[in-house]
Design a protein around this ligand. Structure first.
Ligand code: ATP
Length: 551
């Protein structure tokens, strides 16, 4: 199957903003594909060659792609950089450059989906010495055979920004429509497998019944269930009926799997961090049964038994060397709060039942292994939930979680069945898409950061410039990162690849035509660099609007 056909689909998708039209385009195309190709296209439509659960990335920087484009078409790197600066996007720059391409490829074969897919996967595996040269040679094979439109979407796929306005929802609807399957069945299959390749192939081969049989598997991470901000306790607890209130620990969330004897630890971004936490692997081996399971909990760093702020645990987990030394210096404590799988999938069980099972299977006699402090609350003992909140804050934790005891675990959703009640005002996690250099003495630093949120198609929409809350060392660090990620610079303005996540506090959300979301923030302050989060984990435009409405 020719890559050009997929590229024509990309173009058609980019040309319309209407969701129903996008769904038609995807559905019509998927119906034409064989099982092998549909598996690849399922991922390529979302601009990737790896399922969402995988932490593998294509991992090619914009600069390397620009260099390869220059070599492929026989022009200078400066020419490519100029075109990218003018167009603000590598894909559009390619369209312009390929029109003037001086290099012709003899005996060139049309690119196939197979070849493109396999080459992109190969790129992610290259590391070590001479890796740049090996990457360039694969890129050249692709880019020198590409047409202008193929180069447009190839380079965008390589830099992980496809810009066709297609999120998970549209791909899901496209699969449902192509094979006449209920959307909710496709959605559930996607949530449980996190793999559009498997979902599309199963839909094609086995239809709705096949998709219904897909389920969680121990060993493959799932997107965690997330929390919304809680209304006052007196309002929400009667609404839930029976709630489980727990201390909200301020660490990192771990999803721990045991599958066929092997223990694996994932972050909430589904990154495998098993290697960084040998003592936690051992702890699980000792404190839980030797069965297949998936459990979730929060991991915190401690000193003299007291919790340390969140950044400490992050440093510990990011460490690649001297893990042993860190183990001795930063003792860890784990607080388990959910079980998603124990011998069989558990997510459809009510939380109260899952918690009972968790209590049964965990031996918490080791100081490091704990179950989260919890309390069953109804409208008769709301005061006890308030006391739990106060004691949690006094114990240097973040607040409490309020969870509906009757509810199943729904992966990947931020719904009303799990809520958080914190002492600190709410913040939003945003992606940096650009910035402005300072003036005078500050001319070497990017002093102001253009931050954006994610819309339903996973496109980034600007919200504000954040310039306060950064000390000199952080400014220097961020400026260095911005330079690494630079796509183009014009005067004092810089555009960057969307990779840096900042946690932004603010006093108020206001309407503003100046920004792409239509909203902006008053007094935005950078609270943290969220190194534990990536572009897919930032907050959404939808969330911003619901916070605006709630103001
Ligand atoms: P925050 O910055 O507030 O942690 P977040 O976006 O990281 O927000 P949320 O879904 O908003 O995640 O808040 C829930 C998070 O709180 C969970 O992902 C988990 O890491 C953490 N947490 C701490 N204690 C608990 C608990 N007892 N039960 C569930 N989650 C908990």
């Amino acid at each position: 199957m020719k890559y050009q056909e997929l590229v024509d689909v990309y173009s058609a998708l980019e040309a319309t903003t209407k969701r129903l039209e996008k769904t038609d385009i995807i559905a019509d195309y998927l119906k034409k594909l064989d099982v092998d190709t549909i598996g690849k296209v399922g991922l390529l439509l979302r601009g990737s060659v790896f399922p969402a659960w995988s932490s593998q990335e294509i991992g090619i920087g914009a600069k390397l792609v620009e260099r390869a484009v220059a070599e492929a078409i026989g022009t200078s790197k400066a020419n490519v950089e100029d075109a990218v600066r003018d167009e603000g996007d590598i894909g559009l720059a390619c369209v312009k450059l390929y029109a003037k391409k001086s290099q012709t490829t003899f005996f060139s074969q049309p690119l196939t989906i197979d070849f493109v897919f396999n080459s992109l996967q190969k790129l992610s595996k290259i590391s070590g010495s001479r890796s740049t040269n090996r990457k360039i040679s694969i890129l050249l094979e692709l880019l020198s055979q590409a047409s202008a439109s193929e180069a447009k979407y190839l380079t965008r796929t390589l830099t992980e920004e496809l810009r066709i306005g297609v999120g998970d929802g549209v791909v899901r609807d496209g699969i449902a429509q192509a094979f006449n399957i209920d959307k909710s069945v496709v959605e559930r299959a996607q949530m449980l497998t996190n793999d559009f390749s498997v979902v599309a192939q199963t839909a094609l081969l086995e239809g709705e019944n096949g998709l219904k049989k897909l389920n969680l598997t121990a060993g493959t991470p799932v997107k965690p269930m997330l929390a919304q901000l809680s209304p006052p306790l007196a309002e929400i607890i009667p609404e839930m009926g029976v709630a489980i209130c727990e201390t909200k620990y301020d660490g990192i969330r771990l999803q721990v799997h045991r599958a066929q004897g092997e223990i694996k630890i994932f972050t909430r971004r589904l990154e495998n961090i098993t290697h960084a936490l040998p003592e936690i692997v051992e702890l699980f081996d000792e404190c839980l049964p030797h069965e297949d399971y998936i459990v979730e909990g929060e991991l915190i760093a401690t000193r003299n038994g007291e919790p340390l702020p969140f950044q400490n645990i992050l440093h510990r987990v990011r460490r690649k060397y001297n893990v042993e030394e860190a183990m001795a210096n930063v003792p860890l404590k784990l607080f388990l709060f959910d079980v998603l799988y124990y011998k069989v999938p558990m997510i459809d069980e009510a939380l109260s039942k899952r918690r009972e099972i968790l209590d049964e299977i965990v031996d918490d006699s080791d100081d490091a292994m704990n179950l989260s402090t919890m309390l069953t609350v109804t409208e008769d003992n709301i005061d006890e939930a308030e006391k739990l909140f106060e004691s949690s804050i006094a114990g240097h934790h973040e607040g409490i979680m309020i969870k509906d005891a009757s509810q199943p675990y729904i992966p990947g959703i931020r719904g009303k069945k799990m809520l958080k009640y914190k002492a600190e005002p709410e913040t939003l996690d945003m992606i940096v898409i650009g910035g402005t250099y300072g003036i005078g003495k500050r001319g070497d630093f990017v002093g102001s950061y253009l931050v954006a949120l994610r819309d339903e198609n996973d496109e980034f929409k600007s919200v504000a410039y954040a310039a306060t809350g950064l000390d000199d060392a952080t400014l220097e660090y961020l400026t260095g990162k911005m330079k690494e990620l630079e796509i183009a610079t014009k005067g004092r303005k810089i555009i960057v690849e969307p990779k840096i996540v900042l946690e932004i506090a603010f006093s108020e959300i206001v309407e503003s035509p100046e920004y792409e979301t239509g909203y902006s923030l008053r007094f935005p302050v950078v609270k943290n660099i969220r190194k534990d989060k990536g572009p897919k984990d930032i907050d959404t435009v939808e969330r911003l609007i619901s916070m605006y409405d709630a103001q």
